[in-house]
Design a protein around this ligand. Structure first.
Ligand code: GDP
Length: 445
């Protein structure tokens, strides 16, 4: 989901992270690109403009935190603003379905995934909330659509209103209401007819159905791939029928995703669910944090920045980066690294935040590479003399024994630490030659 937007923003921030300090010109450059990226991701123009304005106000007003790179700081601000805009007034995934039978009106254009979403929601309410659900199709123009809903109902094991030929949408809605009340159903889904485009007749019909059904929820189903069109559709439905929420479908595709942002900003209505495929359980509640994270596509870099801000000393990090780039890595450097790991929540905490590192964190834990080990290693280094720390090659048998004793540990453990240090130092040297180290360390800051 949201690949193209994330790639573009990723590129912008890559360029930024290579620069030193966050100037107003930097912010302007970055935000111009953010705006273009949003537009290309099909976020509507006014929404993109507002978004960039909000971010600019926040970015330039803020003093640069020394311990993170400017790029990361902008990422964080953009992320927070995305979340703020996507979330609106807080959690809204739970449907209002008390006072049974509660009618839920499903509206949207033909082909948006309305019928599929109706069945997905019904399945969810049945399985997660133990509700008795009745489905009714009001699509009198397309008998196939009515049959499709009945078939899906059969598949997920909920009831559907028997099809009676020749009835109008309003007549079906009335019959469905009676049936829902008499049959002791908790929720009645009314799947209205879609059209290829918005037209008067369609809107009039949906309005009449709405007046009869008195729905607790009116959910607009929109194809998440349609971008700008989706926004127009939402504006129309909100004005003519009034909606209580939006379901974005086809968010599993390589869509441009901007629809989510626009939809929220333009209608002011919450996005309740996203459709992630054709299967009946491919429906998830909409989570702004996660969606914003995916838009940025940078793992949990935001959390990393927040932690780094608390713990990193900029000068120290900068100094280390320079040393590493030269392939220099002695025991003092290793101790600095180990201490930082501890401060940042240990190995697990640190690796868990980096993209794709979750598995490694687990492996490290299983191998006994935990905080206690970090502390023991630091104790060993503390037990060395200044000279020994600067030049670990000095360590012969007698020195080793003294150091281990000083830390209250076995020589074996010191040997392990030395081996680990040697491996790391070798790696640093290799990476230092290719200039890779500088980048890696920068990325970590
Ligand atoms: P309706 O005309 O609005 O009722 O649309 P349908 O429910 O018949 O859906 C049209 C097509 O889109 C069907 O082939 C669905 O399987 C497919 N579809 C619906 N929702 C999703 C989704 O979230 N992801 C994907 N990939 N396909 C979907």
């Amino acid at each position: 989901m949201f690949e193209s937007l994330s790639e573009r923003l990723g590129g912008v921030f890559d360029r930024l992270t290579k620069q030193g300090a966050l100037s107003e010109a930097d912010v302007d450059t970055a935000l111009r690109e953010v705006r273009v990226a949003l537009l290309e991701a099909d976020v509507s123009l006014p929404v993109a403009r507002d978004f960039v304005k909000a971010v600019k106000g926040k970015a330039t007003g803020q003093s640069v935190t020394r311990s993170v790179t400017p790029g990361q700081q902008v990422v964080k601000i953009v992320h927070d603003e995305l979340v703020r805009m996507l979330a609106g007034d807080g959690p809204a995934d739970a449907l209002k379905i008390d006072n049974p039978p509660a009618a839920v009106l499903m509206v949207g254009l033909q082909g948006s995934g309305k019928t599929t979403t109706t069945a997905k929601l019904a399945k969810r309410l049945k399985e997660k909330n133990g509700k008795r659900v009745l489905l009714a199709s009001l699509d009198t123009n397309r008998p196939a659509a009515m049959e499709q809903l009945a078939i899906l109902a059969g598949q997920i094991g909920v009831d559907s209103l028997p099809i009676v030929k020749g009835e109008s949408a309003v007549q079906i809605a009335k019959r469905a209401k009676t049936q829902a009340a008499m049959g002791g159903y908790d929720v009645l889904f009314l799947d209205t007819a879609g059209r290829l485009h918005i037209d008067e007749v369609l809107m009039d019909e949906v309005q009449s159905v709405r007046d009869i059904a008195q729905p607790r929820e009116t959910l607009l189903v929109v194809d998440g791939l349609t971008g700008q069109d989706a926004v127009n559709v939402a504006t129309e439905f909100e004005a003519k029928v009034g909606i209580t929420g939006v379901v974005l479908t086809r968010m599993d595709g390589d869509g441009r995703g901007g629809a989510a942002l626009s939809m929220r900003a333009v209608t002011g209505k919450p996005i309740r669910f996203v459709g992630l495929g054709e299967k009946m359980d491919a429906l998830e509640t909409f989570e702004p944090e996660r969606v914003a994270g995916r838009i940025l596509g940078m793992g949990d870099i935001v959390a990393l920045v927040e932690k780094a801000r608390e713990t990193f000393e900029a000068e120290q990090a900068e100094r280390m980066a320079k040393r590493f780039a030269k392939g220099l890595f002695n025991m003092n450097d290793l101790r600095g690294q180990l201490e930082q790991m501890l401060k940042m929540g240990g190995m697990q905490g640190l690796m868990g935040m980096l993209p794709g590192m979750g598995k490694m964190a687990k492996a490290a834990e299983e191998a006994g590479f935990d905080d206690r080990m970090l502390r023991r290693q630091i104790a060993l280094i503390n037990s060395m003399t200044k000279k020994e720390r600067a030049n670990p090659d000095l360590l012969q048998a007698s020195r080793k024994k003294r150091i281990a004793q000083g830390a209250g540990l076995e020589v074996q453990e010191l040997n392990r630490l030395l081996k680990q240090h040697k491996q790391m130092a070798d790696m640093m040297k290799k990476m230092g030659k290719g200039g890779m180290m500088k980048q890696a360390v920068k990325a970590m800051m």
